[in-house]
Design a binder for this molecule. Sequence first.
Ligand code: CP
Length: 308
Amino acid sequence: HRHLLGIEGLSQAQINTILDLADTYVEQNRSPNKKSDVLRGKTVVNLFFENSTRTRTSFELAAKRLGGDAINMSVDGSSVKKGETLLDTATTLNAMHLDVLVVRHPESGAVKLLADKVNCAVISGGDGAHEHPTQALLDALTIRRNKGRLDGLTVTICGDILHSRVARSNIQLLNIMGARVRVVAPPTLLPRAIGELSVEVHHDMATGLKDADIVMMLRLQLERMQGQFVPSVREYYRFFGLDYEKLAAAKPDALIMHPGPMNRGVEIDSLVADDINRSVILQQVELGVAVRMACLDLLTQHGRNDPA
Ligand code: CP
């Protein structure tokens, strides 16, 4: 592959290759000397049309830890504000001989459109409600390091599935790796085509969380709802917010995960989010850097013009 635009189409072997390499980078990141020269002479540009804390910072850190050069394009300060299109922006950057372009965009499919027009590798940092592949990979690494495997585990994804590219990428990856996936959400926050995905659908946390090995919470994406979300946030928290009472249905050693950013008191109780024995939310962030190092490493191994 020349690009990483989604989990769809990846094989179990390819996912394992990324996770195995990422494991080695976890060790590098924890060592006193965090830098290597795998990406020496390579240039990585972050082009983010949506806000980000984790994804953008970790791609920048990942490139630098591997000895590459990383540039963050600020869309606010760019010629996008003068009306330059997405494609013109991308081909302009491409003309500067980049090796990797990391793109986040609010429209599903926008990253693919752009990837077809450039000759550098493109990694999706999330496109609309479509995919967020590196998030699913870092979630998989977090699960694998804590549980020793992915296959056979029951993973429950709770909340705003409708707007979640994180959910879509995770559902695909977990199915490829042999996990059982459940989703829990009010009917208004499920995609109409949920039946086409390999998931068990629940509208009630008690049944959805029953004996789950992994509880993955999602943020209510109010910015994508344009006022059509009817229940109040308080009511949502009462039925779908993760607190200790609801968590009791899951296995006693179930891991609590959240891709971030969290809205405490909306989809998750602060005490649960900060539970040092159960919550791996900050470990997800740590492993995100290693996963992005693995992706940058693999996509730059074969030069600029390899066929896809
Ligand atoms: N999980 C995630 O993608 O976070 P950011 O939006 O902060 O990058």
